[in-house]
Ligand binder design. Structure first.
Ligand code: ADP
Length: 618
């Protein structure tokens, strides 16, 4: 096994493990599930929480030490003495040491909580991507790609950051506010209550603000998804946009979507600014009260200057974390929305999956059999295939014709189980396709689609996509059979030419030929050409067919084509109408039958003038 395969197997194994972990706590709230997922890194999580506790306790010591030092300094002023000065020096040193230690532990807290966040992000991303690979066609039929991308980026980020911005912050604030309040209240109840008076107000304000922010966040996410969708469609259909000079229309559409997002962003800023001002005001009001009452106590000799200083310092220290209550609430709100969406995605049952105890498909002689197959698309009211039965043995070519919408492509998509059938059976060498592993099945069945997707990489990699370790000669042979080799050799970089979105553009016919070569490399037991030669001229198609016939000796070939001339050589031709096979036989037999096939054949072979004259006469 090469290092490449080792890497691939490791990634797959890791992704599976992370996806399984994402299922932990199914049925529980999203926040519990995020916590369970984050705690898969117990060491880092414990260090983060431990460092947070130590840092906050050290933080609480600072006002005490400062107050003590102020009293010592005052003592020196009133009763000067050698010992007092030394004590003050040591107090200052202790204060410095505690501050440095607090800084170090805060650093550790940030380091470990970020580390947990990044690991969680990496693992969720891998699990997400693994799940995306397994999604069935029916899921893609109902969800927009833009929404999936948003989920994989924004939702995942909201979940990833919950440990650092939510869980760790709960610990930090609990210790700071809880222990701090206890220390203040045991020192002086009234002054303690005054010092803490801004806390409930800020907590209330930030909660109200966060509820508003949460609502606008959902709306903003929705608008951003819409924006992605508009942009994606525009880029996907860029040629149509240009051809119809629809730039202004497209710009207006994008402007509408973006204006809505801008308004929401404005609302969010407004909520934030108002609340920040209210919170700052309440803090300084509380500080003023402490100064007033505390000052009076100091004047009355009931309290030392140092104690008052420690109250004020404590308030200053507490200010930031209490303001962060808002961020914490935000983190909870965001994680709960994002987590809900993300975990629902992970929980989504796979419409198409390996049956329990599925075994690998063993390809023997290679006989494909449809037996009374019925199929209805999810959500559709009418069946698309209605009792289809036929058999094709290795070496045979089966042609499929019929009007658009008759169900030809659908029939092809059922063989590699892109969808599952309602009733009947599809077997390959007697093995039901629904009972074998998907991977082995899809390796044995290649569907060459009409519209070909090219990855942004070299021609060689594109052809070898299904089997990245295939030898150069095999790739070249496949390209030769697909009548593409000569064209590739004419390119300056040959097989190393980069194609795809950011590479050399290939014509429709060249793309189709590349797609044919990509399937030929796999040497599948069943090859389906789904109108995949529509953009190729008849002469080239003929040469491809002759070349493939050599390949096709020991495999089943299904050819779906509008052009009956492509099917003349087929052993059997199926005529599909409304999901039923209405005529079946060889070209000659079907012509002799004098039915629909013959009518279609005559239509396609009749000279154009005849058709025009015929229609003029009517
Ligand atoms: P053909 O290949 O003969 O032109 P198809 O197999 O593509 O026909 O489509 C058969 C019918 O199934 C059509 O009515 C089409 O609208 C419907 N159909 C095709 N794909 C889907 C899908 N993903 N979801 C729902 N209906 C579909």
């Amino acid at each position: 096994m090469t290092s490449h395969t080792a890497g691939r197997d490791r990634s797959r194994g890791d992704a599976r493990a992370h996806l399984a972990a994402a299922h932990a706590g199914k049925g529980q709230s999203p926040l519990v599930r995020i916590a369970l997922f984050s705690l898969r890194h117990p060491w880092q999580a414990s260090f983060a929480i431990g460092a947070t506790i130590v840092a906050s306790v050290l933080q609480l010591l600072i006002p005490r030490l400062l107050g003590h030092a102020v009293d010592q300094a005052q003592g020196i002023l009133t009763t000067a003495g050698e010992g007092a000065e030394q004590a003050l020096f040591w107090s200052a040193m202790t204060l410095l040491a505690v501050s440095v230690a607090r800084g170090v532990f805060t650093l550790l807290q940030n380091y470990f909580s970020e580390s947990v966040g990044h690991h969680v992000g990496y693992e969720l991303r891998l699990a997400f991507y693994d799940k995306v690979q397994k999604l069935s066609y029916s899921y893609h039929d109902k969800i927009h790609t833009g929404d999936l991308i948003t989920m994989g980026l924004l939702d995942l980020d909201g979940v990833r950051m919950f440990f650092a911005t939510g869980m760790v912050r709960v610990v930090l604030l609990s210790v700071l506010i809880g222990v701090g309040a206890y220390m203040l209240l045991t020192t002086d109840v009234v002054l303690g209550l005054l010092a803490l008076s801004f806390v409930p107000f800020v907590a209330w304000r930030s909660s109200v603000a966060q509820l508003t922010l949460r609502a606008t966040w959902i709306a903003l996410q929705d608008k951003l998804s819409g924006l992605t969708r508009v942009m994606e469609e525009n880029l996907g259909g860029i040629r149509v946009v240009r051809a119809f000079s629809a730039q202004d229309f497209e710009l207006a559409k994008f402007d509408d979507a973006s204006r809505a997002a801008l308004e929401l962003s404005h609302q969010r800023v407004d909520v934030r600014v108002r609340n920040t001002s209210a919170m700052t005001f309440s803090f300084f009001a509380a500080m003023g009260l402490v100064l007033w009452f505390g000052g009076n106590k100091v004047i009355a000799g009931e309290m030392s200057v140092g104690t008052l200083a420690s109250f004020l310092t404590f308030m200053t220290i507490l200010q930031m974390p209490v303001r962060q209550l808002g961020l914490m609430v935000n983190s909870f709100a965001r994680a709960s929305i994002c987590g809900d969406r993300l975990f629902s995605f992970f929980d989504e049952p796979l419409a198409i999956d390996d049956a329990p105890g599925a075994t690998d498909l063993v390809v023997g002689e290679g006989t494909l059999r449809f037996d009374d197959v019925h199929f209805t698309y999810p959500g559709a009211t009418h069946p698309t295939l209605d009792g289809v039965s036929f058999e094709a043995r290795a070496g045979q070519t089966v042609g499929i014709v019929g009007a658009p919408g008759a169900g030809k492509s659908t029939l092809a998509h059922l063989i590699p189980r892109f969808y599952d059938i309602d009733s009947g059976s599809i077997t390959l060498d007697g093995q039901d396709v629904s009972k074998v592993t998907l991977q082995s099945l899809r390796r044995a069945v290649a569907v060459v689609q009409q519209d070909t997707f090219l990855f942004t990489t070299t021609i060689e990699n594109n052809i070898a996509y299904g089997d990245p370790w295939s030898k150069e000669t095999k790739i070249e042979k496949a390209a030769e059979s697909a009548q593409l080799h000569n064209y590739i050799m004419g390119l300056p970089a040959g097989y190393d030419t980069v194609v795809g979105e950011r590479g050399v553009s290939l014509s429709g016919g060249q793309r189709q030929r590349l797609s044919i070569a990509r399937s030929l490399v796999l040497k599948p037991a069943v090859m389906v050409f789904d109108d995949s030669t529509a953009a190729i001229d008849a002469g080239t198609e003929h040469r491809i067919r002759s070349a493939i016939r050599r390949y096709a000796k020991d495999r089943v070939t299904l050819v779906i084509s509008h052009r009956l001339s492509s099917l003349l050589h087929a052993d059997t031709i199926l005529f599909l109408e409304d999901g039923k096979i209405v005529e079946q036989g060889s070209h000659e037999e079907l012509l002799a039958l004098g039915g629909r096939y013959r009518a279609l054949y005559e239509l396609q072979t009749r000279p154009v003038e005849d058709i025009e004259l015929g229609s003029a006469a009517q």
